[in-house]
Design a protein around this ligand. Structure first.
Ligand code: FES
Length: 120
């Protein structure tokens, strides 16, 4: 699979969706109900955050660039967090990684990629 393609099937070993985070190229498997940021943290990578996933700091914005199955809709907290971004940036798949729960394979790009996921 090339780096520009989204994995079109669930992770073969686990039957769970795989999310690739760009520009780092990190891939994580997300169990049901687990947001992308938590999946990254579970595999011992650090995802920059101030609010630790309460959807209030804006450090985790991502844009969904490829997806075979729409993720869960933003909950109330995420909708409030997304409103912190200028309106022109909210279109085209902007989400908070701390609240984004995938239901299928996807590729996301960090909006503020100045600080990529790194080892703890
Ligand atoms: S980690 Fe703070 S808004 Fe997502």
């Amino acid at each position: 699979m090339s780096t520009s393609e989204v994995q079109t099937e669930a992770n073969a070993a686990t039957d769970l969706p795989t999310v690739r985070i760009e520009p780092a190229g990190v891939e994580v498997v997300c169990p049901p109900g687990e947001p992308v940021m938590r999946a990254v943290q579970r595999i011992e990578l650090r995802w920059p955050t101030v609010c630790n996933g309460t959807a209030s700091c804006g450090a985790c914005y991502v844009r969904i660039t490829q997806s075979t199955t729409p993720p869960e809709e933003p909950d109330e907290r995420e909708r409030k967090g997304l409103k912190l971004m200028p309106e022109f940036m909210r279109a085209d798949g902007l989400r908070l990684a701390c609240r984004l729960v995938p239901k299928g394979p996807m590729v996301v790009v960090r909006v503020n990629a100045a600080v990529p996921p790194t080892h703890k």
